[in-house]
Design a protein around this ligand. Structure first.
Ligand SMILES: [Cu+2]
Length: 261
């Protein structure tokens, strides 16, 4: 069963968390490398040009205030252009790399129409999710693994911000406006978390006295389990306590009661 899940489309997709972790690592590694070189070169020059008591002022061609150290094409100019050139190469490479990878985050993986669209509505103080069949859940969003989940985030009262730190997703929830985002959790990850992957949802926009308690949860279950649960949701039934009748759904419904309290 696990093998068939791994072969599902989507298991090869990169999660936003993976992409952002890679960008973070690349910037950290490059920053450390450049920083080490710059500090080492500085220290080497401090040592090389130290005052050892044998100064010869006649040979020293110091730049004056307001003067660019061109050195009339001498070694000073070479160092200046080498330093600018290397910096430009590093910065431009990082811009091109980060922009390319962020385009993937923007568009998301190609789901061939098999994605699931969920409306997320923030309110003081909680989250309500509406599924394509009209079913609504409060507090806990239950989604299948290996599936691209598209969320359309809005608010019914004041400004909120729907986000999950672990999934690295975050969208403004603004009344009268809709912001879209996506996420996908692989079945390997669901298996690794014991058959049900959970991610904390928080409000990231100060929205009133209950803001700090405005939490929710994203629960990712295997696809077949999710389909059984979803078939049991009859369109407009809202927050049926323990009514889904699936093994996984019993704990799911119990959690809803706790999260929306
Ligand atoms: Cu809020």
């Amino acid at each position: 069963m696990i093998d068939s899940l791994i072969l599902q489309q989507g298991s090869g997709w990169r999660a936003q968390a993976e992409v952002f972790d890679e960008i973070f690592f690349v910037f950290l590694a490059l920053g450390t490398l450049v920083g080490t070189i710059v500090v080492a070169y500085t220290l080497w020059n401090v040592y090389k040009y130290r005052d050892d008591g044998n100064r010869s002022d006649e040979k020293f061609d110091a730049p004056e205030v307001g003067e660019l150290p061109t050195g009339q094409g001498g070694p000073k100019a070479k160092k200046l252009f080498l330093s600018f050139g290397l910096s430009a190469i590093v910065v431009i490479s990082l811009v091109v790399y980060a922009y390319g990878i962020l385009l993937y985050v923007e568009d998301g993986p190609d789901a061939n129409g098999d994605n699931i669209e969920i409306m997320v509505e923030g309110y003081q103080y909680g989250w309500e999710y509406e599924y394509p069949n009209g079913h609504t859940e409060t507090g806990e969003m239950i989604v299948p693994a290996d599936t691209r989940i598209d969320i359309a985030v809005t608010s019914r009262d004041v400004w909120h911000n729907f986000g999950s730190s672990e999934l690295r997703i975050k969208s403004d929830a603004i009344p009268g406006d809709t912001n879209t985002n996506w996420f996908s959790v692989s079945s390997e990850e669901v298996q690794a978390q014991g058959g049900e992957a959970t991610y904390m949802v928080e409000c990231f926009e100060l929205c009133g006295p209950g803001h700090s308690a405005m939490e929710g949860q994203i629960t990712v279950v295997p696809q077949d389990e999710w389909e059984t649960w979803y078939e049991g949701t009859s369109g407009n039934s809202s927050n049926v306590e323990g009514g889904a009748g699936v093994d996984g759904a019993a704990s799911i419904d119990a959690a809803i009661g706790g999260a929306s309290a």
